[in-house]
Ligand binder design. Structure first.
Ligand code: NAD
Length: 392
């Protein structure tokens, strides 16, 4: 292996164009090619970064000097591209969500496992850039250190993913069953669903209530409420939409030893002096509560999207075996949560985890097949993607 990982980016749209710039500036990687089915776009970035441009990733796999690829195409294509890449022994960093549904995601993991028999050092990562955010890392470490004790409730109101109609009209694939395969749960929320499972683990049962195109002229979900039940009794709530302005980003994690709240960039710990379960059983008073102390929790944050840290980590993992910030297999959990909320909403009843993944994939295929939705004419937006990351 060279001192630098030779990487190509596939899909040079909103997100891929950031990855190309980041990789070109990275000391442990070398951008060796770009690929986009939009020829003028591929050519423009190829010229800008002095690398060959390809319009078909298979041709690029044949001709470009490559160790690894970053996939930033619409979600459905993450599956075939990563499977082909693994068959050629290439390392893969895929954008979130890992795939549209679990059936596709499992095919990717299977292809990775098969390829690893021949190439044991193969790396498969996913772009969960929010895992580098200082406040989420602090929450994770407080949970791991046992500061909260046993978790009893995690509730996330994440309604500050506001998107206008102009956003949805900006890409032909966006917010359609055929092109995207879902809405807010699949596009904006994979980060939050990943963090939810990173903090609290996976539930055993999920109920979801999703509204399709309630506020936007789209055919997929733009408002969802989810309810999660855990084996140990913990409950979870997940409330999201792309139609609220001003929206809310409030995460409450309640444990035996106190409550952690993140909102408006502030992280606050309401620390119980003693166990609330012990107090509940032993207190002689009807109305007293556990004494608690309100503690502002400091954290350090890089105040950027943080994608470049995952790109650097991906290359370090390939070169020197550094542990990945986010292994792609972990992307199955956030996808399971999103798919389960949608399946529950379609069925009108809660679903157990694991659920029937074939049934969900078949439903999506049927929705795509029978869609009568007419997408308005595509209008490209020239906007700073930084505005979309929401890193406070
Ligand atoms: N991690 C994040 O913060 C973040 C932010 C935005 C988007 N994303 C993810 O990145 C992916 C792309 O989203 P976007 O907003 O950049 O979309 P986009 O429409 O702006 O860009 C997609 C690009 O892929 C190209 N493309 C489509 N199919 C292709 C193929 N088979 N081969 C090569 N190129 C192909 C398109 O021409 C387009 O240029 C999605 O999966 C999305 O969820 C992640």
């Amino acid at each position: 292996m060279n001192e630098k990982v030779r990487i190509a980016v596939i899909g040079i749209g909103n997100m891929g164009s950031f990855h190309v710039r980041d990789l070109a500036a990275q000391s442990n990687a070398e951008l060796t090619a770009v690929c986009d089915i939009d020829r003028p776009k591929a050519d423009r970035f190829g010229e800008m970064f002095h690398v060959p441009a390809f319009y078909d990733y298979r041709e690029m796999f044949e001709k470009a000097p490559l160790d690894a690829v970053v996939i930033a195409t619409p979600h459905y294509d993450h599956t075939p591209i990563s499977i082909d890449a693994f068959q050629r022994g290439l390392h893969v960093l895929t954008e979130k969500p890992i795939a549209v549904h679990l059936k596709d995601a499992r095919k990717m993991v299977q292809a990775y496992e098969t390829a690893r028999q021949k190439h044991p050092g193969l790396t498969f990562a996913i772009m969960f850039n929010q895992r580098t955010y200082g406040f989420w890392r602090k929450i994770k470490s407080l949970i791991e250190d046992g500061e909260l004790g046993r978790l009893v409730r995690v509730s996330w109101i994440i309604t500050d993913w506001f998107r206008s109609q102009a956003y949805y009209d900006s890409g032909g694939w966006r917010a359609t069953w055929k092109g995207e395969g879902g809405g807010v749960l699949l596009n904006q929320c994979p980060h939050n669903l990943d963090l939810f499972q990173w903090f609290a683990g996976m539930p055993k049962r999920v109920a979801g209530y999703a509204s399709l195109g309630k506020y936007h002229n789209i055919e997929v979900e733009d408002e969802v409420t989810g309810y999660f039940e855990y084996e140990n009794g913990m409950v979870g709530h997940f409330i999201t939409t792309t139609a609220e302005s001003p929206g809310t980003n409030r995460l409450e994690l309640v444990g035996e030893r106190g409550k952690l709240v993140f909102e408006d960039g502030r992280l606050t710990f309401f620390r119980n002096r003693s166990s609330m379960f012990t107090f509940l059983k032993e207190s002689k008073s009807a109305f007293d509560k556990v004494e608690n102390w309100e503690i502002p929790i400091p954290y350090q944050h890089h105040n950027e999207g943080g994608h470049r840290f995952l790109l650097e980590n991906f290359a370090e993992a390939i070169l020197h075996g550094e542990p990945l910030i986010a292994r792609a297999e972990e992307g199955l959990n956030s996808l399971a949560l999103g798919n389960a909320m949608m399946l529950s909403s379609f069925l009108g009843k809660p679903v157990d985890i694991p659920f029937d993944e074939d049934e969900y994939a078949a439903r999506l295929a049927e929705l795509a097949r029978t869609s009568r939705f007419q997408k308005p004419e595509e209008k490209q937006l020239e906007e700073d993607l930084n505005k979309s990351f929401g890193f406070h």
